[in-house]
Design a protein around this ligand. Structure first.
Ligand code: GDP
Ligand code: ZN
Length: 353
């Protein structure tokens, strides 16, 4: 195992799974960007644009089986041209996925093989405990380790009170107040950015994700939003990478899918994060108990006895409602997209709001 490979995040786990491909004279590479079926990949000797083989395309059954940013793939570099073919994807150690609701529900991978995820919030007007809890849910669902980053500490009068608040429900995840603008507190994030560690940065628009990445890079690698909006060329120029090697030795994943992350996850992820509620619910008299007025409701009696804080149930409900809302929205979006040519006609008889 060479240091270059370790820097890209290679490990014993991948080495083991790569064995059969090595015998076919393939080499490992990591996906840094995807653009309409063309993948920019990093490998031991640099980077190259790769496409999946015809056979791969033929055999793949679902969207989630296509390479995603962060994936390790088995490639061969074509001898005559600077191009490569992707033959297979190695198993993912973690993945951030979203359900794409349409005719049938499909899973789409936004980022793979993330070790640590920075859940970024702003310590300004944006501060929202419930949103942090939601991001935690998504993080635990992915298999990556969450670290809570509270940015814009320079705008907050009582940072330690905020930190204590967040810590109280963070299930042991570390909480770090920082200021990307003032460059303070960032040293506490350095241990997560060690050699070969892959970090994804999650958070709503405007919390300072680009500013943080820029501080790590030590230069204006990504335009911050104020600039970005005026940039008619958009962010995704040909040189843009979504898997970025940091001078600290780690890698950061910054994909639009990760940026736009809202509530991708389905019902499954609610379990786990609300295991306490699930456990009580298992003891309710009726197995379709809504925990409202049903007789023999174990959740209600746990709240009455103080075994379960009622705020937990409130959060659980809000999260469920939001999931439902999101799925409806996605279904609606899919329906609109499917209408195709009729769209134009519809626009004419739109009534003003
Ligand atoms: P992103 O959308 O999450 O990538 O956020 P940006 O990095 O583009 O930052 C959004 C805005 O917040 C910009 O105007 C930044 O200058 C500002 N910002 C970022 N970090 C900080 C910080 O630590 N303190 C303050 N006061 N402003 C910040
Ligand atoms: Zn119940």
């Amino acid at each position: 195992m060479t240091t270059d490979m370790i820097r890209l995040g290679w490990s014993d786990f991948f080495e083991q799974h790569f064995e059969p491909f090595r015998q076919q004279d393939l080499i490992p590479a990591r996906v840094a960007r995807e653009d309409r079926g063309a993948y920019l990949v990093y490998y031991e000797r640099g980077e190259v644009v790769a496409e999946v083989t015809g056979r791969f395309r033929h055999e793949v059954m679902s969207r989630s089986s296509f390479p995603a940013v962060g994936d390790w793939v088995a490639i061969n570099v074509l001898p005559q041209e600077p191009k490569a073919r992707i033959h297979a994807i190695l198993p993912r150690r973690s993945s951030f996925s979203r359900k794409v609701v349409g005719g049938h529900t499909e899973e789409q991978i936004a980022a793979a093989n993330v070790d640590i995820v920075f859940l970024v919030s702003g310590l300004d007007g944006d501060f929202n405990l419930r949103r942090i809890e939601r991001y935690l849910t998504v993080a635990y669902d992915s298999g990556a380790n969450p670290v809570i980053v509270l940015n814009k500490a320079d705008l907050c009068a009582d940072v330690s009170a905020r930190v204590a608040e967040v810590e109280s429900f963070a299930f042991g995840a570390a909480v770090h107040p920082v200021s990307a603008i003032e460059n303070s507190g960032l040293d506490r994030l350095l241990p997560y950015l060690g050699i070969g560690k892959t970090v994804a940065i999650l958070g709503s628009s405007g919390v300072g994700k680009s500013s943080l990445i820029n501080s790590f890079l030590g230069r204006d690698r990504l335009a911050v939003s104020a600039v970005r909006e005026d940039d008619s060329h958009g962010r995704h120029t040909t040189t843009h990478r979504e898997l970025i090697c940091l001078p600290q030795g780690g890698l950061v994943i910054d994909t639009p899918g990760i940026r736009e992350l809202q509530l991708w996850t389905g019902e499954d992820s609610l379990q786990g994060s609300f295991q306490d509620i699930e456990d009580f619910a298992g003891q309710c008299k009726f197995n379709d108990c809504k925990h409202t007025h049903e007789p023999g409701c174990a959740v209600k009696s746990a709240i009455e006895s103080g075994a379960l804080p009622s705020a937990r149930l409130d959060n659980y409900r809000k999260l469920q409602r939001e999931l439902l809302h999101l799925e409806k929205k996605q279904a609606e979006k899919a329906r609109m997209a499917g209408r195709g040519s009729r769209k134009k006609a519809d626009r004419n008889d739109q009534t003003p709001r």
